[in-house]
Design a protein. Structure first.
Ligand code: ADP
Ligand code: ZN
Length: 830
């Protein structure tokens, strides 16, 4: 990759000198491009957007370097270079810090730099570009000497209209390069003129027209029409300027009326930039101001002194739910601000916690900017602009907020650092948490990773000294954690002789809770979509011999497959463990749970939260509101219900089918289940009454469940880290996955096998271990077949060398690289 930033990065060029710009484009390409740049008026700065020709298209790219002489490492000869087009921005959209950070992301995750930059900017800010061509007078009178040359074809085509013609419409005559060359010649001969326009449908500042009553107008003797009088009445009702739209509506007049009044000097109309504020309807309350507990104080002191030091330092804040972590975050952010620095807080999912963003607003007022994909594009743009201008110094947002252009970064908080949503699931792949750590390093800031259930990697890092460990072991006010108990579904099965969704224990608990006028949450843990085979009698699942993950059942072939190494096995007819008949697991849906509950308890007021309901945000919020108001007795939902909500009247949480999560074909299955149960236990009993958690399982002795019920993170960590070490999983090795995908099964399979060969060739020293190809757990997605290969290596450097060499070889043997995704540090293998 040609990632050389030019020297003197911020100086502008001397006019009229011809130079070269290096441009990253937001496309699936692993390199940057170089263009000739010659312009009298515009001077490109690093970090501006620029139009450049790429193949047959004009695309918006980002200037990442410029050179006065063609650098030697650009092998392509000068004559093949194309000219860059217009520079879009007068001020760089990308600060040098963001360029640097995105380049790191691009290098580390093998993601296209231009795509990373694009992801770092608010969406929708780039205009679509159209180039137009029209004949000059000379071109119009030009004799058509022949009918076959490209010049003649173009002249002919253009002469059919007097309007400028879209350049795209010439593309069917010849290749883009030929058309370009010919148009260039024709322009030089004065036959045509070229213009470019930008479509207006992109995000920019919002402007509004305001009307003011001019004071002197009232004393003057103006004869007013009744419409004009209504306008004045409307304006007088307000103290200050009034938006034109409001005046028109209130006074029931047309814009012409007000414009006439402006001409007469009665009112003034001004256009002003207004801010689209995502919090405009927030009711402000006084921020809470607690006296910190002793534990909170000592944690805060450590973080504060690190912030005051002004050097990089990383903390893991391990605090049970309700231990007052959020209070620490807020105070640490305040400290950063008081040092004249900025603070940033990353959260896994803002939509679920609008309450929290409001809380920050209460503390920091206009200083808070919110970055989140559910905001309207205009709002996102405005929030980003305020941060870039230094008007907002506190940023809260989901993973891409890590790229917010804040100045003088002092602190980054990553809340719920273990959440897999910090990982971007499609290109450009990156992990927001890990990027936050690198950013803090680069900008000498403090980073705090907070969680009640730290990821194995982070806890490991705190043990080996990479992070400083801070803990808040107790809940505020000494409130007990909910009591968690396991319901052994094998007994339930034995009792009834058939499988049931709900155990008697859970049904009874729901009933009792309703009778006490308290509330229940019923969780269905169903991550992933694959099914597996489980013995209903003893709870055993079938594991891969090589990888120690659960085999996934493929109904169509009636075979069980390991999605890491492709080990296969026929579905056994009896359980190897207990000798009884196997029964295939079929996952129940939330809808079914809701129906079953309604049938069992006709008076139970129950609603459901899942993908269907959350896609409609209003409906989703209404359900949460009803539940919060006590208009519902129970909520049924998927794991998203486990996060962040604070319902004081919930005293029971039931987890149905925890096994689906435990048996998932993923080496992180146990970790995720442990986190889920712990989090759920934090949901129950937030109020004064103690809470209770019931977990239904066929694996009552699984260590993740046992330790989760005992709220014993350390014990879980010890067992889990041993498993990772014994079976060579992160953090003991570096992991990369290749996903080969495409519509044609045999082609995908062949490409994957081919890739395996390239990988083996690159790995002749056997420093890495290569697994697969195997069908991905989601073997078909969106009409595409998917195969997976894994590389495990003790050396991260070797891992990348092997992966890069294989990709180069694949490209040379004409495999389309678009059909191969390389993921470094994948979070889930799906
Ligand atoms: P966490 O983020 O660890 O889940 P929170 O910061 O949300 O915990 O704190 C849990 C509850 O305790 C919140 O309602 C919060 O307002 C309250 N709280 C936090 N710190 C204190 C304190 N020092 N004194 C009293 N209440 C507090
Ligand atoms: Zn395997």
């Amino acid at each position: 990759m040609n990632n050389h930033l030019g020297t003197a990065a911020s100086t502008t060029l001397k006019p009229s000198s011809s130079c070269y710009v290096e441009v990253a484009v937001p496309l699936h390409v692993s390199k940057t491009f170089i263009y000739r740049f010659s312009s009298e008026e515009a001077t490109p700065q690093i970090g501006v957007r620029i139009l450049v020709p790429l193949g047959r298209k004009l695309v918006t790219g980002y200037v990442v370097a410029f050179y006065e002489a063609l650098p030697p490492h650009f092998a392509s000869s000068e004559s093949e270079l194309k000219d860059a087009g217009n520079v879009i921005d007068s001020v760089p959209v990308c600060t040098s810090q963001i360029l640097d950070l995105t380049r790191w992301v691009s290098d580390y995750y093998a993601s296209p730099w231009g795509e990373v930059i694009k992801a770092a900017l608010p969406p929708g800010i780039s205009p679509a570009i159209h180039e137009f061509v029209s004949l000059t007078e000379e071109g119009r009178t030009q004799e058509h000497t022949d009918e076959v040359s490209l010049t003649a074809k173009i002249l002919n085509h253009l002469s059919t209209t007097s309007q400028p013609t879209r350049r795209d419409s010439l593309s069917h005559f010849a290749s883009m390069t030929q058309v370009s060359r010919t148009l260039h010649e024709m322009e030089n001969e004065g036959l045509i003129e070229r213009t470019q326009t930008q479509s207006n449908s992109f995000v920019k500042t919002k402007q509004m027209r305001f009307v003011r009553l001019l004071p002197e107008s009232l004393t003057r003797d103006n004869k007013l029409t009744s419409a004009q009088e209504r306008v004045i009445a409307s304006l007088k009702r307000q103290v200050q300027k009034v938006p034109l739209q409001v005046v028109l509506k209130e006074a029931q007049v047309s814009a012409a009326t007000v414009i006439t009044m402006e001409k007469k000097g009665i009112v003034s109309i001004n256009t002003e930039v207004v801010r689209r504020d995502p919090f405009y309807d927030a009711q402000s309350q006084a921020p809470s101001n607690y006296t910190l507990t002793a534990a909170q104080s000592s944690v805060l002191t450590e973080i504060e002194s690190a912030i005051q030091n002004g050097t990089y330092s990383a903390f893991l804040l391990h605090g049970v739910t309700g231990s007052g972590k959020t209070e620490i975050y807020i105070r640490a952010m305040r400290t950063a601000l008081s040092q004249g620095k900025s603070a940033m807080m990353l959260v896994p999912e803002i939509a679920l916690t609008p309450v929290f963003s409001r809380r920050l607003r209460e503390h920091f007022g206009e200083n808070v900017a919110i970055f989140h994909s559910s905001l309207k594009r205009g709002e996102r743009f405005d929030e980003w602009s305020r941060v870039k201008a230094g008007e907002a110094r506190v940023v809260i947002g989901t993973r891409s907020a890590v790229f917010a252009p804040v100045k003088d970064l002092g602190l980054i908080v990553v809340d719920e650092e273990h959440e897999s949503s910090y990982r971007q699931q499609d290109s450009p792949y990156y992990n927001g948490r890990d990027t936050a750590i690198v950013r803090a390093q680069k900008e000498s800031a403090v980073v705090v990773l907070g969680s009640a259930t730290p990821s194995l990697e982070s806890f490991h890092n705190s043990k080996n000294g990479k992070y400083r460990y801070l803990s808040l072991p107790e809940r505020i006010g000494g409130r007990p954690m909910a009591d968690a108990a396991i319901v052994d579904m094998r007994n339930v099965f034995a009792r009834h002789g058939k499988q049931g969704v709900f155990s008697d224990e859970l049904l009874e608990a729901i009933k009792e809770t309703q009778d006490r006028k308290e509330q229940s949450i019923i969780l269905l843990n169903r991550r992933g979509y694959s099914s597996f085979v489980l013995c209903r009698s003893c709870g055993e699942t079938v594991q891969c011999k090589n990888c120690d993950v659960t085999l996934t059942y493929h109904r169509s072939e009636r075979v069980m497959i390991c999605h890491y190494c492709n080990y296969r096995e026929a579905v056994p007819s009896v359980c190897r463990h207990c000798g009884k008949d196997y029964i295939h697991y079929v996952g129940e849906g939330t809808e079914q749970l809701e129906e079953l509950l309604k049938k069992a308890f006709p008076t139970l007021r129950v609603a459901r939260i899942d993908k269907d309901t959350t896609s409609n945000r209003r409906r989703f919020e209404k359900i949460l509101q009803d539940f919060s108001d006590g208009d519902l007795d129970a909520l049924v939902g998927t794991q998203m219900l486990a996060k962040g909500h604070d319902f004081p009247n919930v005293t029971l949480v039931g987890v149905v089918s925890v096994d689906a999560g435990l048996a998932l074909a993923d080496f992180r299955a146990s970790e995720r289940t442990f986190q889920l149960i712990t989090q759920v236990a934090g949901r129950a009993g937030r109020g004064d009454r103690p809470g209770r958690v019931l977990i239904q399982t066929y694996h009552p002795n699984h260590y993740a469940l046992r330790h989760a019920c005992a709220q014993d993170y350390e014990a879980f960590y010890e067992e889990e880290i041993r498993y990772r070490q014994n079976h060579s999983y992160p953090p003991f090795i570096a992991l990369a996955s290749f996903l080969v995908h495409g519509p044609d099964l045999s082609k995908v399979r062949n490409d994957a096998l081919e890739l395996r060969k390239h990988l083996d060739l690159a790995n002749q020293d056997r420093t890495s271990r290569i697994l697969g190809p195997a069908p991905a757990p989601l073997a078909r997605l969106k009409g595409e077949h998917r195969f997976q290969l894994l590389i495990k290596s003790r050396s991260r450097r070797r891992l990348r060398e092997v992966a890069d060499a294989a990709l180069r070889a694949a490209a040379e043997s004409r495999t389309n690289l678009r059909s191969i995704n390389l993921e470094i540090d994948p979070v889930s293998l799906m």
